[in-house]
Every structure is written in C-alpha cells, then in structure tokens.
Design a protein around this ligand. Structure first.
Ligand code: CMP
Length: 132
C-alpha cells in the first residue's frame, strides 16, 4: 500500500485543530501508520523544503515551520499521495475548496495548516527524513 507524509503545521497546532484534522483523514478511512509531535530544527526544515531553496519565500517557509510544534504523520492507503493532496486542497487558501482542510483552516499561502508529499518518491524521502 502507498504511504505519504503529512505535516500539521505550526499555525494549525497553535489553534489546537490537530485532532480535528487527523479525524478528517481517519473518517475518510485512511490508516494512520505513524505519528509524532516535534519542534523541527532548522536543519530538518531546510532539508524538507530543499526543492524550494532558490524560491524567494524559502526563508519565510523555514522560519514558519520551525516556529513551533508540528505533527508528522505517515498515512497509508491505496493512492495515498493523490488522495491526501485532494483532501488537503489547494496551496492558496483563496483557491481551496471550502470542503478541504486548507479551505477550512488555512489563512495564507504560507500558513496553510498542512503539508503532504507531492509524489511517492517525495513521500519516501520525507518519511525517511521525519521518521529516521
Ligand atoms: P507545502 O505543501 O508545505 O510545500 C511548499 C510550501 O510552500 C507550500 O506548502 C506553501 O506553504 C509554500 N508556498 C507556496 N507558494 C508560496 C508563496 N508564494 N509564498 C509563501 N509560501 C508559499
């Protein structure tokens, strides 16, 4: 079965909606295979977002994800990568369907409540990074 990595980001953790977000995945019937709460180091944040290192918002991304606790989750399901990205919704909360997690909880492109791997290859790399 396919695996994907979800991060519940500091904005959602601070607003105490971690449980509500996890229950959305569970109610969809997805299996939570692993879960941990950590305050990311700058090193893990930079490694996680390495593909964005040349983007103008890279520092903003790293500052944000390291400002508080995140909940890292491995979700296991058929087509987990695509399914979870659909449940999460568009990166930009202005474009996210209101039925999605970002539609419900995100407040900006940066503070957008959740991250999910964008391919099975990214999932493998990200799961190794967060659950090594
Ligand atoms: P995420 O799924 O964690 O992966 C890359 C992140 O970059 C994305 O969520 C957004 O939070 C962030 N992002 C994308 N575009 C922008 C932008 N224009 N400004 C700030 N952050 C962005």
């Amino acid at each position: 079965m396919e695996k994907t990595l979800v991060l519940i980001k500091p904005d959602a953790m601070e607003r105490k909606v971690m449980g509500e977000i996890i229950s959305i995945y569970e109610k969809k019937g997805l299996h939570i295979a692993a879960l941990k709460i950590i305050k990311p180091s700058i090193g893990i944040a930079e490694a996680h977002y390495a593909e964005h290192s040349e983007k103008p918002f890279f520092k903003e991304l790293v500052d944000f994800i390291t400002r508080g606790e995140v909940c890292a989750i491995v979700i296991e399901a058929d087509n987990a990568v695509k399914l979870v990205r659909k449940i999460n919704g568009d990166t930009n909360p202005l474009h996210a369907d209101m039925g999605t997690i970002r539609g419900k909880f995100a407040i900006s492109k940066n503070e957008n409540a959740v991250h999910a791997s964008d391919s099975p290859e990214s999932a493998e790399r990200e799961i190794r990074l967060w659950f090594s």
